[in-house]
Design a protein around this ligand. Structure first.
Ligand code: HSE
Length: 365
C-alpha cells in the first residue's frame, strides 16, 4: 500500500478531511502516517481504533519516505518544505490545500468533476503537485461548471457572501463569541423599547468590547467587504483568485474569461454563497440552462425560483455539512436575453476545501 503522509490534520480543513476519509473508507486503501510541526513523537489521531505516533513534519528524509503527501498545514509550510523535497529528488505526489503553489506552472488546481480531463493529462505529463482551489472558486464551478464546459460564458461578475470558516477555526469561534455577548446584552432589553435595544447593540458593535482579533471588527450583525490582502487595481486577492484560478482550473489561462466582483465576509459559519451575473455569448433559453445546471453532477442541486424553495435550500443552513451545491434564482435579467442571474451556496470546508483533496488522493491511488 502507498505510504501517505498527512500534515495539518488538526486544523479546520484537516479535521474535515480526516472525517471524510474515515467515512469514505479511504484509510483502508493506504498506509497513513501523521506528521506534526510541533508534537513529533506524541500520539496522533485515532483512525479505525488504531493510534498513530506523530512524525516530524520538518524532517525531510521522513517526508521523502512517503509516496504521497497531503498538506493542510498552510502556505508557509508549503513554501518552506516543498523545495526541500525537490532538493532530495523526491518524486512523490504533493496534494495541498494551501494557495502557495496554485498558480505555479508545475502545479494543477484540482476539481475533478470540472477538470478531470486536465488532471488525467497532467498525471500523464508527470505533474506531481495537485492543489485544491480557492473555496469560492471551487463552489462556483461545482454550481455552474456546465455553463463553462458548454463554452457559454462571455464574462461573469461574482458577489460573494463568505462564511467565517474561510478564516479558520479561530474565526468561527470569534463570530460565535461575538454572538453570545450580543445575545446576553439583548436579553434583558427584549421587552423594552426597540430604539433602546437598537441603540445599546449599536453602541456595543462600535465599542471595543467585542473580541475581534481575527476579523479586525465585529462580524456578527455586520459584514466586511474585504477578504485577504490587496492586489492591483483595488482588487482583493480573493477577488483576483476568482479570475485567475477559475481560468486555470478550466485550462484557459492563455485565453481567460473575464471574471470580477466583490468578495464579502458575512456572519455565516461554514458555507459560502455567491450572487452571479453571467453574460452568455449567445441567447440560450432558460429551460436549457436549468437542465445544464441540473445535470452537471450528483452534487449540484437545482433550486426552483420560488420563495419557498429559495428560503429552504439556497442558503448556508441547507448546504452546511453536505456535499450539495445548490443553484437557484436562475432567471434572465432585464439587461437583455444573454444576461443570467444566478445564486449558489455550498459548504466551504467540503467541496470548498477537503473534498477535492481526498478525491485527488483516490485518483492518484
Ligand atoms: N479564502 C477563503 C475565505 C477560504 O477566506 O473564505 C478558502 O479558500
Amino acid at each position: 500500500m502507498k505510504k501517505v503522509g498527512i500534515i495539518g490534520w488538526r486544523g479546520m480543513v484537516g479535521s474535515v478531511l480526516l472525517e471524510r476519509m474515515e467515512s469514505e473508507g479511504d484509510f483502508a486503501k493506504i498506509d497513513p502516517y501523521f506528521f506534526s510541526t510541533s508534537q513529533a513523537g506524541q500520539v496522533g489521531p485515532l483512525i479505525y481504533n488504531a493510534t498513530h505516533t506523530l512524525k516530524d513534519a520538518n524532517n525531510i528524509s521522513e517526508l521523502a519516505d512517503m509516496d504521497i503527501i497531503i498538506s493542510c498545514q498552510g502556505g508557509d509550510y508549503t513554501k518552506q518544505v516543498r523545495p526541500e523535497l525537490e532538493k532530495v529528488n523526491w518524486r512523490g505526489f504533493w496534494i495541498d490545500a494551501a494557495s502557495a503553489k496554485r498558480m505555479d506552472d508545475d502545479s494543477l488546481i484540482i476539481l475533478d468533476p470540472v477538470n478531470r480531463d486536465i488532471i488525467d493529462k497532467a498525471l500523464n505529463d508527470g505533474i506531481k503537485n495537485f492543489v485544491g482551489g480557492n473555496c469560492t472558486v471551487s463552489l462556483m464551478l461545482m454550481g455552474i461548471g456546465s455553463l463553462f464546459q458548454e463554452g457559454l460564458v462571455e464574462w461573469m461578475s461574482t458577489m460573494s457572501y463568505q462564511a467565517a470558516s474561510g478564516g479558520g477555526a479561530r474565526h468561527m469561534k470569534e463570530l460565535l463569541t461575538q454572538m453570545e455577548v450580543i445575545g446576553n446584552m439583548a436579553k434583558p432589553l427584549m421587552d423594552g423599547p426597540i430604539l433602546q435595544l437598537d441603540q445599546n447593540i449599536s453602541n456595543l458593535l462600535k465599542s471595543n468590547e467585542l473580541e475581534s482579533d481575527c476579523f479586525g471588527v465585529p462580524l456578527a450583525l455586520n459584514l466586511i467587504p474585504w477578504i485577504d490582502s490587496g492586489v492591483e487595481d483595488g482588487q482583493t486577492r480573493e477577488e483576483w483568485k476568482a479570475f485567475s484560478e477559475t481560468n486555470k482550473i478550466l485550462g484557459r489561462s492563455k485565453n481567460p474569461i473575464p471574471i470580477d466582483g466583490t468578495c464579502v465576509r458575512v456572519g455565516a459559519l461554514r458555507s459560502h454563497s455567491q450572487a452571479l451575473t453571467v453574460k452568455l455569448n449567445k441567447s440560450v433559453d432558460l429551460k436549457t440552462i436549468e437542465d445544464m445546471i441540473r445535470n452537471f453532477s450528483e452534487y449540484t442541486e437545482f433550486v426552483e425560483n420560488t420563495p419557498e424553495a429559495t428560503r429552504e435550500k439556497l442558503n448556508p443552513r441547507y448546504v452546511s455539512g453536505t456535499l450539495k451545491t445548490t443553484v437557484g434564482r436562475v432567471r434572465k435579467m432585464h439587461m437583455g436575453d444573454e444576461y443570467l442571474n444566478i445564486f449558489t451556496s455550498g459548504d466551504q470546508l467540503l467541496w470548498g476545501a477537503a473534498e477535492p483533496l481526498r478525491r485527488m488522493l483516490n485518483i492518484v491511488l
